[in-house]
Design a protein around this ligand. Structure first.
Ligand SMILES: [Zn+2]
Length: 136
């Protein structure tokens, strides 16, 4: 899993609730957050991983779902016209949005975007982990 995808200025601002100038990474994996006020803090990489999920789960609340087949959902956000499709596969939920594609390119084995989280919620799962443990 590539940690770089989780780590961004915007993620650091959500985590710390402060204005962030930049984020840098040490070779040992520690993440340094440089604030606009000149202060620097070390932030646990796990906090970034958690933010990645929390942020998408929050965004998933605005998505309207229609079940097309038992394994295919059409997803539309209230604000946009574009419709995305989420396909339920054995080990993951595949989507055709940019976020999902970028995650795949970044090396994530099981990408999950806000559309995927919306479908997971519909299925009664809190996480992709829950989904993978569902009895078939
Ligand atoms: Zn998506």
């Amino acid at each position: 899993m590539s940690p770089d995808y989780f780590v961004s200025v915007r993620a650091a601002e959500r985590i710390t609730s402060k204005r962030v100038k930049k984020v840098s990474q040490w070779r040992n994996g520690a993440i340094l957050v440089h604030f606009k006020d000149g202060k620097i803090n070390v932030v646990d990489p796990l906090d970034f991983q958690r933010d990645f999920v929390d942020f998408r789960q929050q965004q998933s609340r605005d998505i309207l779902l229609s079940r097309i087949t038992p394994t295919l959902y059409a997803c539309k956000s209230a604000a946009h016209e574009k419709v995305y499709s989420v396909v339920i596969e054995e080990e993951r939920l595949r989507c055709n949005c940019k976020d999902w594609e970028i995650q795949l390119e970044e090396g994530l084995q099981r990408p999950c975007c806000k559309h995927g989280y919306a479908v997971l919620q519909k299925l009664g799962c809190r996480s992709l982990q829950d989904f993978l443990q569902m009895p078939v």
